[in-house]
Design a protein around this ligand. Sequence first.
Ligand SMILES: NC(=O)c1ccc[n+]([C@@H]2O[C@H](COP(=O)([O-])OP(=O)(O)OC[C@H]3O[C@@H](n4cnc5c(N)ncnc54)[C@H](O)[C@@H]3O)[C@@H](O)[C@H]2O)c1
Length: 356
Amino acid sequence: MTPIDPTSASSAVTDPLSVPPFAVISGAQVQRALQGQEKEIVELVEATYRLHGAGDSVNPPSYFLRFPDRPSSRIIALPASLGGPARVDGLKWVSSFPENVASGIPRASAVLILNDHDTGYPFACLEASIISATRTAASAALAADWLSRGRQRPTRVGFVGVGLIARYIHSFLAGTGWSFDELGVHDLSVDSAAGFRGYLEQSGTASQVSVYDSAEELIRSSDLVVFATVAAEPHVSDVSWFEHDPLVLHVSLRDLAPEILLASTNFVDDVDHCLKANTSPHLVEQLTGNRDFLAGTLNDVMAGRVEVPADCPVIFSPFGLGVLDLAVGKNVYDAVLSSGDLHVIDDFFHEQRRYG
Ligand SMILES: NC(=O)c1ccc[n+]([C@@H]2O[C@H](COP(=O)([O-])OP(=O)(O)OC[C@H]3O[C@@H](n4cnc5c(N)ncnc54)[C@H](O)[C@@H]3O)[C@@H](O)[C@H]2O)c1
């Protein structure tokens, strides 16, 4: 692998008549590019939701590859095309193998392929577990902001399920100006709860950190609740746990029984995407036969088309859109390119003459 002159890579990528160089961007490079960029990335995610809402994107359904011999695992393909300033196509290919965690390696691993708008050529392969966690956390922080604007700003946050995604969500909340009196933690795994507590304490938080043995106690004590478990089906069904009208970021999508959603105001990132794959909103649609329980999308709230009520629980269930991976991935690519550290694989596209 050889470093490339940023100016030549930039013109090659935008030149429709030449084959772009193919680059590989490591997780370390991705992390460096995103370090301390929480506010900028939340703004980027907001702009991307607006582009998607305006139709300047193509985001077909994700494809779930599942295995009869490994029922808890899956690999998901998220193809997408994004307009706006990024003008990029691509695919995130993300594995979820929950049993990895017991062996001390992360559940999720991913790559993101970026394709050139004009030639269709793939021009970069990026380590994407960090991009995926980053766009998920930025979307959660954005939702926490917009969905709490007409209500009392939350002061007690509770995390149900505290792996990598919960850590990223916390750091995006902190990095975009949120501070809390209390940080609550609940996880079925004692080790995860202890690990997350250790992370919070090391992060220098001024908040009181409490670990709760029961989800009920944590939810009742929190006005912002974040679900980031790996639950495959609902494990929370008692509507009374939500009688204090919290804002709920239902990032793991399958924790809440239909009755909880039916007693709440519900927002999603994209209606067609979210009502699939037995997510809790999908279960409600199957139960009721309609989509009347949905108040709208986050973009509807940002565009002022839908008000967020202050007197009932509010739940945001984001399916996770490929266009967000593209936006964050292209941002990382541009940063690595302009730093001069882009590593190109020489001769990657080799057969370029039509008749040899
Ligand atoms: N919506 C999106 O855009 C999006 C994007 C990325 C990840 N996710 C989801 O976020 C979730 C978390 O991902 P991660 O990488 O942090 O996983 P992880 O495996 O690192 O952590 C999950 C934690 O949840 C805990 N847990 C499992 N069931 C629980 C339960 N019933 N109650 C309390 N704790 C429970 C586990 O013990 C573990 O500590 C996954 O479901 C993943 O699919 C969603």
